[in-house]
Ligand binder design. Structure first.
Ligand code: IMP
Length: 407
């Protein structure tokens, strides 16, 4: 069963969009399995830049069906406006929403305003998953059945009278009316998407599982409590897409050549020097600079943390790594890399020489030895081969490939 997973190996924003987009070209189905509008993939196609939040990268290609899986939380209003805006530029093709996916509702967004101590994206993600766990949530499938929707709303309003009243949902009829328009528009997308994915896999179709966020933001295995409320790791695919472990042939980890994180929480290799941090972050003048796709927040930046990467490799069982943004490190004299943590949890550093401009080298053999040494160190500490890396935003500067026939 040819299923490939592409997973963020750090704190999200590793450049997964580029890899997913390349694989989506030949995929039959592209499946998101966790998170919601907190995700943001920036994909550059020719002269055009697309920023996707709910929609899987499959929408950028003619062939694949795009699936929003059961493990997601979907904001129906922003999903529809994202779809409408996309449809003005391109045909999104077939889009399916799992009936089990939960809905992000106005009180979720209201309760997530300001981002709290975690520094969330403010998209209502945590509160929506919280209602799911409390059995108070509304699911996409509920929209298609008026009686069931009414019953679920009754339970929600009784369970959370203050939160729902604060957004004007004072009784079920008001809530039904507020949902009226999205109900009619969303219902046609909703179905047993998990069964469809399983059938597709059984028929030998190519299914790409598109990760959002990153391993260190996993609710269980990330830097809790500074995490998202879902499981963006390989483990999340099984429950979030409704498939078994047999669906996965290959798991690819995407890792940036340095590290970033948005929001609060531990970041052992964070760079304190403001000038150096700005140098790596960029000014925000191009889509690759280190500013959140979803919130526009400046990302915190740090050196590559291989102790963290090795952990991500263990958690996800990566078969290969894709290293992105090596060019951003061009022009630095020395590069620091964390290779382990000491007994107190502080990084143990090694230093490597930097490299110059990496544009247009043409072949892997032409790469400066400093780059090859950097990649060798990654492979050695992480224990996983680097199957692909990029040395500029240009497609021609992508070396190696992740291919379906490996699967
Ligand atoms: P939430 O997912 O909005 O609840 O935010 C929880 C934490 O995850 C915050 O630190 C966010 O900045 C971070 N986060 C959520 N989604 C992403 C993402 O797609 N990229 C990077 N960080 C994210």
């Amino acid at each position: 069963m040819p299923g490939i997973a592409v997973i963020g190996a750090q704190w999200g924003d590793e450049g997964k969009g580029k890899v997913v987009d390349a694989l989506a070209h030949d995929a039959d189905r592209v499946v998101r399995f966790s998170g919601g509008a907190n995700a943001g993939h920036t994909v550059v196609v020719g002269e055009e830049t697309f920023k996707l939040h709910h929609l899987p990268c499959g929408v950028l290609h003619d062939r694949p069906t795009s699936v929003l899986g059961a493990g997601m939380v979907i904001d129906p209003w922003t999903f529809l406006s994202e779809l409408d805006a996309f449809a003005e530029r391109r045909d999104p093709g077939t889009v399916r929403i799992a009936s089990e996916a939960h809905l992000v509702l106005p009180h979720h967004k209201r309760n997530d305003e300001g981002g709290g101590f975690v520094g969330t994206t403010g998209r209502g993600i945590g509160p929506a998953y919280s209602d799911k766990a409390r059995r108070l949530g509304l699911r996409a499938g509920d929209l298609a059945d008026e009686d069931r929707l009414r019953e679920r709303l009754e339970r929600l309003l009784a369970g959370k009278p203050n939160s729902t009243a604060r957004v004007g949902w004072t009784d079920v009829s008001v809530a039904m009316e507020a949902l009226e328009e999205v109900r009619a528009r969303i219902a046609p997308f909703v179905g047993d998407a998990g069964a469809e994915v399983r059938a597709a896999l059984a028929a030998g179709e190519r299914v790409l599982f598109e990760g959002g966020q990153g391993t260190m933001l996993d609710l269980g295995y990330g830097t809790y409590p500074y995490v998202t409320s879902s499981h963006p790791t390989v483990g999340g695919i099984l429950t979030g897409a409704g498939v078994s472990h047999k669906a996965l042939d290959t798991s690819i980890g995407v890792v940036k050549a340095f590290a970033t994180r948005v929001g609060h929480g531990p970041f052992p290799t964070e760079i304190d020097d403001p000038a150096l941090a700005t140098r790596l972050r960029g000014t925000g003048s191009n889509p690759w600079d280190e500013y959140g796709t979803t919130t526009g927040r400046a990302r915190r930046v740090g050196w590559l943390d291989l102790a963290q990467l090795r952990y991500a490799c263990e958690i996800n069982g990566f078969d290969g790594l894709v290293v992105t943004k090596l060019d951003v490190l061009s022009g630095m004299d020395r590069l620091k890399v964390c290779v382990a943590y000491d007994a107190s949890g502080a990084p143990v550093w090694t230093e490597l020489p930097g490299w110059g401009d990496l544009h247009g080298l043409g072949t892997r053999a032409a790469l400066p030895s400093a780059v090859t040494d950097y990649l060798d160190l990654i492979e050695e500490v992480a224990g996983v081969p680097v199957t692909m890396f990029s040395t500029s935003p240009d497609r021609a500067d992508t070396y190696g490939e992740v291919r379906w026939d490996r699967a």
